[in-house]
Design a protein around this ligand. Structure first.
Ligand SMILES: Cc1cc2nc3c(=O)[nH]c(=O)nc-3n(C[C@H](O)[C@H](O)[C@H](O)COP(=O)(O)O)c2cc1C
Length: 375
């Protein structure tokens, strides 16, 4: 562990290093995690959404991953207030978001999303559209409320992701993130609990990864070679926190290798607490294992800055779990490359600037109120 005279300068030194992700240079290591906010009536991000993101870019966030935004498939979502990444008005709104973030000195990628079997038929934006998934099974195991996807459905969804990615590049975004985490459509294929297919898209981990890999390949094909493609995945599911895609590093490697081969530039390994070891016998977290197994740059995430322990580095108490020092140690060892911050950055738009400048005593402690507004 490197001990510097001033913890403030250590944070600045380690977090302020630029990093290159395919053709994109991100000015520092701080990423805004994707967070659904539901402030986009008609699926159109407006002025309030623009300033929400631009405020964080101006205050030092290196890379913004937007809230999940629906791809152009009628079953992709279930809200009229979640922004869509298709349609003239919606994309015009998004183009202005990217423009404002760039003007504030930041980089931004949309998180492209299809919720699959999480959808309840009857909900907007397309009330008649059924819930679709690998086997028509919900994450909680319920059957009979959705449709097992046909070959035509698979092609439609793959095409929708590819079109959205092409649109992202066309309207000025810096890359795309594919939402393969938390029990939504792509993850429903990856996870044996929701994928009981007996065709080429179900079975062992490699077969369950085929759909995700085909989406990645189609996205890769639809954008310039240097345009970064980020893939977010998780072990946990929104409705099953203890679920796991991979019990061993070997199983994880079986899933990640085809994704990397299909063209993923960066993996975003979603965990709820970044300091927890993923497998026995090593203190690497999920992002650490992902980097070790694929050689690709990775983003870690999970409760950064939420714990009181985070501030201990600034009182000289060292690298406790969840502390800033622990995070910096791991970054310094190149366990992972970037750090995504979610709730702490909702609570305090100035979070990145304050951490980089050592104004820790000025951070607004998280209390959940920021979830209610787009402040
Ligand atoms: C309000 C809210 C909305 C979220 N929406 C998304 C989302 O759209 N896509 C996604 O991948 N994760 C989503 N997440 C998960 C976050 O990206 C992040 O992984 C999680 O909050 C843990 O990071 P944190 O502890 O820094 O908040 C959401 C989290 C919150 C709190």
């Amino acid at each position: 562990m490197t001990v510097t005279a001033s913890p403030t300068s250590r944070a600045a030194e380690i977090l302020s290093r630029p990093v290159t992700l395919n053709g994109l240079t991100v000015p520092n290591r701080i990423v805004m995690a994707p967070m659904t906010r539901m402030f986009s009536p008609g699926g159109v991000p407006g002025e309030n959404v623009r300033s929400y993101y631009a405020r964080r870019a101006a205050a030092g966030v290196g890379l913004i991953v937007t809230e999940g935004t629906y791809v152009g498939h009628e079953s992709a979502g279930q809200s009229n207030r979640v922004p869509r990444f298709h349609g003239e008005e919606q994309l015009a709104g998004w183009a202005k978001v990217a423009e404002d973030v760039h003007a504030a000195g930041g980089k931004i990628v949309p998180q492209l999303w299809h919720i699959g079997m999480v959808r309840n038929q009857g909900e907007p934006p397309y009330a008649d559209a059924p819930a679709v998934g690998p086997s028509g099974i919900r994450v909680d195991g319920t059957e009979g409320t959705g449709k097992a996807m046909t070959r035509g459905d698979l092609d439609d969804v793959i095409g929708a992701f590819a079109e959205a990615a092409a649109a992202a590049e066309r309207i000025g975004f810096d890359g795309v993130e594919l939402h393969g985490a938390h029990g939504y459509l792509i993850d429903q294929f990856l996870w044996a609990g929701t994928n009981r297919r007996t065709d080429a898209y179900g079975g062992d981990p490699v077969a369950r990864t085929k759909f995700a890999a085909e989406i990645v390949a189609a996205v890769r094909e639809s954008v310039s070679p240097e345009f970064p493609v980020i893939f977010r995945y998780s072990q946990w599911k929104q409705e099953a926190y203890d679920a796991r895609l991979a019990e061993t590093p070997e199983e994880l490697e079986a899933i990640l290798t085809p994704l990397a081969a299909a063209g993923v530039d960066v993996f975003h390994a979603s965990t709820r607490r970044y300091w927890l070891p993923e497998f026995e016998g090593s203190d690497l977290n999920l992002a650490g294992w992902t980097k070790k197994l694929t050689g690709r740059p990775t983003i870690t995430v999970g409760s950064v800055g939420l714990d009181g322990d985070f501030l201990r580095a600034f009182t000289g108490e060292g690298a406790e779990l969840g502390s800033l020092d622990n995070l910096l140690d791991r970054l310094e060892r190149d366990e992972f490359d970037l750090v995504a911050v979610g709730r702490a950055l909702l609570q305090d738009p100035q979070w990145a600037a304050k951490v980089l400048e050592g104004r820790i005593d000025e951070l607004n402690p998280y209390d959940g109120t920021a979830l209610k507004t787009l402040s």
